[in-house]
Design a protein around this ligand. Structure first.
Ligand code: NAP
Length: 298
C-alpha cells in the first residue's frame, strides 16, 4: 500500500520539489500542507493527485490533523517570511511534538547548523534550525536531517547579478575567493524521496545537499558562457562588509557566508548524487534556466 507523506512547504521551493517527486512515485501518497488551499499552487498539486490540507506551523492545533495517519512527514520552516528566530524555533518544536504524538515513523527535517554554537557568532536563520535539530534529536524522533546549500535559484531572485556602470554584472556573494557548495532547491525532491524509501540507511543522519562546489568566479564564468556576450564577475566584497549593507537580514547573511568560508560545513556532492544520481550541476542548471536568468537581469 502506498505510504502517506505529509509535506510542509509544498507550495514552495523545497517542499514543492519533494511533493512533486513523491507524486511521481506510486509507492507514495502526498498530503500537501498550505495555509491557503485556494492558491494556484495548491490547486496545481491537487490536480496532480495530492490531498490538500490547510494548517499552519504557527497554530499547533492544526498540526495533529495534518499528520493523522501519515507514515512520514517532510518539514521545512520559512525563516525569511518573518525573520524571527524564536518564532521559527517554536514552529519547529511544535511540529516535532505533533509528529511524536501522532507516531509518525519517518520525519525528514530541513535543518541547518547551529552557527552560534560552532563558530561563536550569530546567524539566526541557521541557529534556529540548528536548535530545532537538537530538539528533535532530544525527543528521539525517528528523524533524518537534510541541509540545503545556497540555492542556484537565488541567482534569479534575491542574489541576482547586479549591473555595473561598465555593463558587466557582479555576483554579490562575498566568499572572498573560497569555494561554496550550491544546489538547485527545485532538484532535491528525488533525493528526499530516496531517504524516505531507504529509511534504515538515513535515519539519524544529516545530509548536506550540494550539486556543485564552486568559487564565485567559477560560477560567474559559467554564467558568462551561457549568457554571452554578457560578462559576469565575482564581487570583491568581504562577508563583514556585506553584513553592514543595512537591508533586513544583511548581518544574518553576511555571517552565513563567513561561516561557509571559515567552517566549510559538511555538504556532499557525492552523497547528494548517491541519493539523486541526476542531481544537476550549476552548468546544467544554468543551461536549462538561461531564459529565467536572462529575464532576471536589468
Ligand atoms: P519558499 O519557496 O518561500 O516557500 C515557503 C513555504 O513555506 C510555502 O510553501 C509556505 O506555504 C510554507 N509556510 C510558510 N509559513 C508557514 C506556516 N506558518 N505554516 C505552514 N506552512 C508555511 O521557501 P523554501 O525556499 O522552500 O524554504 C525556506 C527555508 O529555506 C528558509 O527557512 C531558509 O532559511 C531555508 N534555506 C534557504 C536557502 C536558500 O539558498 N535560499 C538555503 C538553505 C535553506 P503557504 O504559503 O502555501 O502556506
Amino acid at each position: 500500500m502506498a505510504k502517506l507523506i505529509t509535506v510542509f512547504g509544498a507550495t514552495g521551493a523545497q517542499g514543492g520539489s519533494v511533493a512533486n517527486a513523491l507524486l511521481e512515485d506510486q509507492d507514495f501518497k502526498v498530503r500537501a500542507v498550505t495555509r491557503n488551499a485556494s492558491s494556484d499552487k495548491a490547486k496545481a498539486l491537487q490536480g496532480k493527485g495530492a490531498e490538500i490540507v490547510q494548517a499552519s506551523l504557527d497554530d499547533p492545533s492544526t498540526l495533529g490533523p495534518a499528520l493523522q495517519g501519515a507514515h512520514g512527514v517532510f518539514v521545512v520552516t520559512n525563516y525569511w517570511e518573518h525573520m524571527d528566530q524564536e518564532r521559527e524555533i517554536k514552529q519547529g518544536k511544535d511540529i516535532a511534538d505533533a509528529a511524536k504524538a501522532a507516531g509518525v515513523l519517518h520525519v525528514v527535517f530541513s535543518g541547518l547548523e547551529n552557527v552560534e554554537k560552532i563558530a561563536g557568532f550569530p546567524c539566526p536563520h541557521f541557529d534556529a534550525k540548528g536548535q530545532i535539530e537538537e530538539y528533535m534529536t532530544s525527543l528521539e524522533l525517528p528523524v533524518a536531517f537534510v541541509r540545503f546549500s545556497f540555492y542556484y535559484e537565488n541567482y534569479i531572485s534575491m542574489m541576482k547579478p547586479q549591473k555595473q556602470e561598465d555593463g558587466t554584472y557582479v555576483l554579490g556573494v562575498p566568499m572572498e575567493g573560497a569555494a561554496m557548495d550550491i544546489v538547485s532547491a527545485g532538484d532535491m525532491g528525488p533525493a528526499v524521496r530516496t531517504i524516505f524509501r531507504n529509511w534504515a540507511r538515513w535515519i539519524r543522519r544529516a545530509v548536506g545537499f550540494s550539486g556543485d562546489k564552486l568559487t564565485i568566479q567559477q560560477t560567474a564564468d559559467i554564467l558568462s558562457k551561457h549568457l554571452a556576450p554578457k560578462v559576469f564577475k565575482a564581487s570583491d566584497m568581504t562577508a563583514d562588509a556585506f553584513g553592514q549593507l543595512g537591508f533586513p537580514g544583511a548581518d544574518d547573511l553576511g555571517n552565513m557566508f563567513k561561516f561557509y568560508r571559515l567552517h566549510n560545513p559538511d555538504r556532499s556532492v557525492e552523497l547528494t548524487r548517491q541519493l539523486h544520481p541526476a542531481a544537476k550541476t550549476f552548468d546544467t542548471w544554468a543551461a536549462e534556466n538561461k531564459e529565467a536568468l536572462q529575464n532576471a537581469l536589468d
